[in-house]
Design a protein around this ligand. Sequence first.
Ligand SMILES: Nc1nc2c(ncn2[C@@H]2O[C@H](COP(=O)(O)OP(=O)(O)OP(=O)(O)O)[C@@H](O)[C@H]2O)c(=O)[nH]1
Ligand SMILES: [Mg+2]
Length: 414
Amino acid sequence: MSVKDHLIWKASTVYKRLADAYESPVTMDKPVCFIDTDSDGKLCVQQSALQILQQIQQPVVVVAVVGLYRTGKSYLMNRLAGKQTGFALGSTIESKTKGIWMWCVPHPTEAGTTLVLLDTEGLGDVDKGDPKHDTNIFCLAVLLSSTLVYNSRGTIDNKAIMDLRYVTELTECIKVKSSNIDDSSEFVKFFPSFIWAVRDFTLERKVDGKDVTEDEYLEFALKLKHGTSRRVMEYNFPRECIQKFFPSRKCFTFPFPTAKEKLSCLESLDSADISSEFLKVTDNFCKFVFRDSSVKRLKDEYTVTGRVLGHLATTYVDTISSGSVPCLENAVIAMAVIENEAAVKVGLQVYQSGMEKLKDSFPLELKAVSSEHQDLSSTATQAFMKRSFRDTDGKYLKSLEVGSVCLFRMVVNH
Ligand SMILES: Nc1nc2c(ncn2[C@@H]2O[C@H](COP(=O)(O)OP(=O)(O)OP(=O)(O)O)[C@@H](O)[C@H]2O)c(=O)[nH]1
Ligand SMILES: [Mg+2]
């Protein structure tokens, strides 16, 4: 092998090793706390969760569950993880999950993709001090997920829809652009798809005496009333928001999982003790989520990896904690800076390791060194391109080039 071939091979090995490290799947055997409340009552992202996300270079499908407390959310998330236990379940009337918990598992049906499950604190617990807290948790679930599961118990009646009143607050809690105009019509481009999971559903699914599907049942419940009276407008408003912000909707109605006396030990029950109809709906629900939930994407179809999800969570949580309104476009700009700086670093690392090897073959003619410089620069650029994001004016690519030339000069003058 010539010196040149050897160097190209070396540089591409370094690049491949870096790329492999980025793309290998990460498996967590149990969930961790992702977003919590600090001693001042402010939301904060847990460093340990960020460290896990940092290692996930695969695209992520993010499924978040929200809903009133004590409605079986954590149990359902464990089913999506394919596990009997994991997210902690509560067996008392007190709410159990606090903040947002995260569990990253290899996607069961999409190779090369990680499924991130987000289990959130139950909404509506009157013991909470800060009335804004529930809205913040709801907003974060919307902002971070690609599929949002709204979990409720009983039927989709007016109360259940009023319990989802957080959707009506989204226009005040999320902005697409930093300007002050109402840009909620653009939410739909960035918002997750929506699944309503109705638990302990005991009624017959009939509308006007006719059997209806679960989806038809949901659409019937979301139907608007005619009229302009205050009562009609109050009735319609949450329904309009759900329809407008979440055009992709799906519904699953789950029967009681087991006999009442066994509910408190549901997670340790044998499948023989769980109703076959409940198992069937759960299976359909999981299959639908695995098949239809898309990878999380940002503006310009940019694919979110675990690492990027960590940046996003930090940006949104910092914004909310500072009392400002999270802005989708600002978050993308902040993330582009972090990713592009890291992309320059990766590119320079590839270039530098190639040049270090070249030094072993010195003395060499300047022409030979220049030619190696060209080859290494192109490998470094490839590594940069793989990670960079929206470097539209080429500012970061330029800084990679400048950095490589500096390193080249240092080697030549040595
Ligand atoms: N009736 C009924 N109980 C369930 C169902 N799924 C889980 N449970 C039980 O309800 C209790 C609460 O379940 P969790 O999954 O912890 O509920 P959660 O919504 O996560 O509760 P919070 O974290 O407090 O908001 C546990 O005892 C579960 O075994 C269900 O479909 N129906
Ligand atoms: Mg829970």
